[in-house]
Design a protein around this ligand. Structure first.
Ligand code: DXP
Ligand SMILES: NCC(=O)COP(=O)(O)O
Length: 247
């Protein structure tokens, strides 16, 4: 296994700011190109069914402009499958969505709908997309992901990140243990393991140190930091935190 830990930069919240006023500014594609120049290994964008941030035209624009991989996050709906098949992203990450949630609250239920998801991902795989499932660090969900033939899982780091942010150290340690076990278990089943959601300069280190993990996807925190230090510097500092923990 190569030990390179990739950084995927999620640009959803550039679109959140744009949509607050309508119009075209700030442009998520411009942010993605800047992230690419700053050393991002991939760009992640979540086309929510309600289009609250990323829009269809952003996906097309990202696909046309980027030379690094595009990770297209989406709900497992017929509409999104059609868009993914039209836009040919490098990767498709299936995410559970609820209209009323502020952000993704939990992991995709894979074990309970394995046959449905196996049929859903088949055309995406046939079209050459690397299919990833955004799941909780739960052995049943991980095993089911491997069984249905998804090559990649992304473990939801939200509970870990929240516990860190709120200073709930016992919860943080328990969540880190779950992510550690989930990453090792996924890797042992031959899955490529990614982790994402809510990670910051403080919380990224223990996750970056997990050698079973190949990619981190980080967005909201980086876009906030970019307001203060600029996007290239915000990304460079995240890269530095990751490399320091990985060494
Ligand atoms: C799947 C995931 O955790 C995020 O990448 C996702 O994009 C979160 O959704 P919002 O960006 O809408 O918070
Ligand atoms: N899949 C997680 C992701 O892309 C970024 O999540 P966040 O850092 O915006 O919470």
């Amino acid at each position: 296994m190569t030990d390179k830990l990739r950084l995927g930069v999620n640009i959803d919240h550039v679109a959140t700011v744009r949509n607050a006023r309508g119009g075209d500014n700030p442009d998520p594609v411009r942010a993605a190109l800047m992230a690419q120049d700053a050393g991002a290994d991939g760009i992640t964008a979540h086309l929510r069914e309600d289009r609250r941030h990323i829009r269809d035209a952003d996906i097309a624009g990202l696909k046309a402009a980027l030379r690094i991989p595009l990770n297209f996050e989406m709900a497992a709906t017929p509409e999104m499958q059609r868009i993914a098949l039209q836009s040919h992203p490098h990767a498709v990450c299936l995410v559970p969505e609820k209209r009323e949630e502020r952000t993704t609250e939990g992991g995709l239920e894979v074990a309970g709908q394995a046959d449905v998801l196996a049929a859903y991902i088949a055309p995406l795989r046939d079209a050459g997309a690397r299919v990833s499932l955004f799941i909780a660090a739960d052995r049943d969900q991980i095993a089911a992901s491997a069984r249905i033939g998804a090559p990649v899982i992304e473990l939801h780091a939200g509970a870990y990140a929240d516990a860190w942010a709120e200073g709930r150290w016992d919860d943080r340690d328990r969540e880190l243990a779950r992510l550690t076990d989930g990453a090792a278990y996924g890797h042992s089943l031959g899955l490529e393991v990614h982790v994402g959601h809510g990670l910051t300069y403080d919380s990224v280190g223990p996750i970056a140190a997990l050698h079973a993990v190949r990619e981190l996807n980080i967005g909201h925190f980086l876009m906030g930091e970019a307001l203060f230090r600029g996007l290239p510097d915000a990304i460079a500092e995240m890269r530095r935190c990751m490399d320091e923990a990985r060494a």
